[in-house]
Write a new protein. Structure first.
Length: 257
């Protein structure tokens, strides 16, 4: 089993900014009073609690692969809401759901056509699928990590691995959902803007998400060196603006069977 390198407190530094796409996605969802909802990649649980409240579900299950995240989420369990450990890529429930929801988690899983097909089989007729994925891989924040990881000694220590690029173009998601039986899929690309105090804020942002992949693959002293090199590469790509306007592309997708 891969080590759990997620750091909930680090991820939560930008909780307000990270929650904006969640609420935009939730606005696409119709309530399911008395129904069953699953949140794949629930993280620390605060937003899953809001999902449970807004959908009026009788049962909502938050699923995450990080024990550290689930330890935080446990405080929100109760009144039909619970949390379980599980792997998104292996999720295959025995009972159907009224809503399968996922905010900023699918990009960690490979083969999205097959993933969406499998999830659709778990949704009852008339049920809903809603997901949001980051699509910021061409931003300097991500390109700097790829460049740093291609250099030694990081490249050898990582075995040549980089952050996975599993996300498809928005129109591809619309095509897949239509083919899977969602008659009117709604898919949009949205650019969110976050005003950070300086470009140093980008480093703090990715330490809670993107860089967790490199933290998992590098021993602590080498990871610290990687972050230093990442900062050097990044600051060569972005201006020293104060505040720094950090743009972040995300894909929001929704369908009802």
């Amino acid at each position: 089993m891969a080590p759990d390198t997620w750091q909930p407190d680090t991820y939560a530094r930008f909780a307000a900014e990270r929650s904006r796409p969640f609420y935009d996605l939730l606005d696409l969802v119709a309530p399911v009073p008395g129904g069953r909802v699953v949140d794949l990649g629930c993280g620390t649980g605060e937003l899953t609690r809001e999902l449970h409240r807004r959908t009026k579900a009788a049962e909502t299950v938050g699923i995450d692969s990080s024990d550290a995240m689930l330890a935080k989420a446990a405080a929100f369990a109760g009144d039909g809401l619970r949390f379980e450990r599980g792997e998104l890529a292996a999720f295959a429930p025995a009972e159907p759901w009224d809503l399968v929801f996922s905010n900023a988690a699918f990009h960690w899983a490979p083969d999205h056509p097959r993933l969406l097909e499998r999830l659709t089989r778990s949704i009852r007729p008339g049920g809903q699928l809603a997901f949001q994925v980051p699509d910021n891989f061409d931003h300097a924040s991500h390109r700097a990590a790829e460049e740093a990881s291609s250099e030694e000694p990081f490249r050898s220590a990582l075995g040549g691995r980089t952050h996975p690029r599993n996300v498809l173009p928005p129109e591809r998601y619309a095509e897949i959902l239509a083919r899977l039986g969602y008659p009117e899929p709604a898919v949009r690309l949205q650019v969110y803007g976050h005003r950070l105090e300086s470009r140093e804020g980008i480093v703090k942002w990715v330490e809670g998400s993107l860089l967790s992949e490199y933290r998992r693959g590098l021993p602590p002293p080498l990871y610290e060196g990687f972050v230093r090199r990442y900062r050097e590469v990044l600051f060569g790509l972005v201006p020293d603006d104060r505040p720094y306007f950090f743009t972040f592309r995300r894909i929001l997708a929704y369908g009802r069977r």
